[in-house]
Design a protein around this ligand. Structure first.
Ligand SMILES: Cc1ncc(COP(=O)(O)O)c(C=O)c1O
Length: 410
């Protein structure tokens, strides 16, 4: 083995994920991040990339955000994971901070470690409080790989793990008539991402989410919005659903909540349903859920991301990217670029999967890391870090332009 990098790749392949190494080697896009900071990551071989996926929002505030690290370092002088059996000051303080970001009534917070775990609880809650069983999700949507989260997903994710829990149905996103048909007296909840990322970063049609809520109300079932990717400022509002005049019954958050430093997630639900946990406080348990160190990371994330100045910056960056990308689409029409999403949650749809795949490789070679949307591979998920400078955004766009040019000529 001639280098430390080769050794890491071999050990990873031998002991962690052989398939992943083979996949990246096949497309010659092997990246082993070592140094990282702000919107950039550097491979152990020294090559530097702009991270324009941000791991779906984990790195909304950049890599190794100094303020989050400071908050966590300080917390470590006093706290640890905490004891989930006991009352916790950090959990209480964070709970209040989260409640303050929500519409009235959405003030009950249950912590988890991952997005999938928080989704599982949301579904348990919907079933538990309504006494009904069916859950309706969106075809091509994605809520995680844990038990109930997996059950909401597409066939391809669950086929190998049958039998998966029963009572799950799917409808197409933005098709109210399909939802209306699917809802029945046994529907406990409807779950969707505010902007489904894996489906191809598809924004909801005007009035869609509001109508979904009305359908839920009419049928006495709960609306669960998955804000794992859209939350914490990604769209220019603190919560993605604030763009769409809708009040969910349950909100799920994760990824960006960690500040990219310490894993934490949460399920927030309407106080109307708090008797469920009053009757049996042990109805859902997570030892590491809302670890106290993680609470300090999340509190710092909220403090930074709820600032008007921060959200204005996201909006203005979003406008800048949209305008420049639209112009590039016109300049290179043979790529068939269509822009999707909202704010800094963007999907770059190309005319076909092969164009998107080649572009991912060209962008990679030119120093931009992005991935495609798993359930629509014509779409590159484009989620740059939210606190990047305008000069960095310009540099990213210049690299994109060079890459589009290469692709157009090839
Ligand atoms: C929208 C959405 N929901 C839920 C999840 C699951 O989160 P986790 O991987 O932390 O379980 C993801 C992960 O990518 C996601 O994008």
């Amino acid at each position: 083995m001639d280098s430390d990098r080769d050794k890491s790749i071999k050990l990873y392949s031998d002991h962690v994920y052989p398939g992943k190494v083979a996949f990246y080697e096949k497309y010659d896009i092997v990246l082993v991040p070592e140094k990282r900071g702000g919107c950039q990551i550097s491979d152990t071989n020294g090559k530097t990339f702009y991270n324009c996926h941000s791991n779906g929002g984990v790195f909304n505030l950049g890599h190794r955000n100094k303020d989050v690290i400071k908050a966590v370092t300080l917390a470590m002088q006093t706290y640890d994971i905490g004891n989930h059996h006991l009352i916790s000051k950090p959990k209480a303080l964070l709970g209040k901070m989260i409640a303050d970001t929500m519409p009235e009534g959405l003030n009950q917070v249950v912590y988890g470690v991952s997005g999938g775990e928080a989704i599982d609880l949301a579904i348990k809650l919907a079933r538990g409080v309504t006494g009904k069983q069916e859950i309706i999700s969106v075809k091509g949507g994605y809520h995680g790989h844990t038990g109930f989260a997996l059950a909401t997903g597409d066939k391809k994710f669950k086929e190998k793990f049958k039998p998966v829990p029963a009572g799950f149905k799917q409808v197409r996103f933005n098709r109210l008539e399909e939802l209306e048909k699917a809802v029945c007296s046994n529907t406990a909840g409807v779950i969707l991402e505010t902007i489904p990322a894996t489906l191809g970063v598809v924004a909801p049609d005007v009035g869609y989410l509001k109508s979904v809520k009305e359908i839920c109300e009419k049928n006495s079932c709960l609306l669960i919005l998955d804000e794992v990717q859209t939350g914490f400022g990604r769209t220019g509002k603190f919560w993605g659903f604030e763009n769409y005049d809708v009040k969910p019954d349950i909100v799920v958050m994760g990824k960006g909540m960690s500040g990219g430093i310490y894993p934490i997630s949460a399920t927030v639900y309407d106080e109307k349903y708090k008797d469920f946990f009053k009757e049996d406080p042990f109805v859902h348990i997570s030892t590491f859920g809302g670890s106290e160190i993680g609470c300090f990371a999340a509190m710092k994330v909220i403090e930074i991301s709820k600032e008007k100045k921060f959200l204005d910056h996201v909006l203005s960056l979003g406008d800048f990217f949209w305008q420049r990308l639209e112009a590039l689409g016109k300049k290179y029409p043979n790529l068939g670029l269509k822009l999707k999403g909202r704010g800094m949650m963007m999907g770059l749809e190309f005319k076909d999967e092969i164009t998107a795949l080649f572009l991912i490789k060209i962008l990679f070679d030119n120093g931009i890391y992005v991935v495609y949307a798993g359930n629509d591979q014509r779409v590159i998920q484009f989620l740059p870090v939210l606190n990047i400078l305008k000069t960095e955004a310009e540099d990213i766009l210049n690299i994109i332009e060079i890459s589009f040019k290469t692709m157009s000529q090839g």
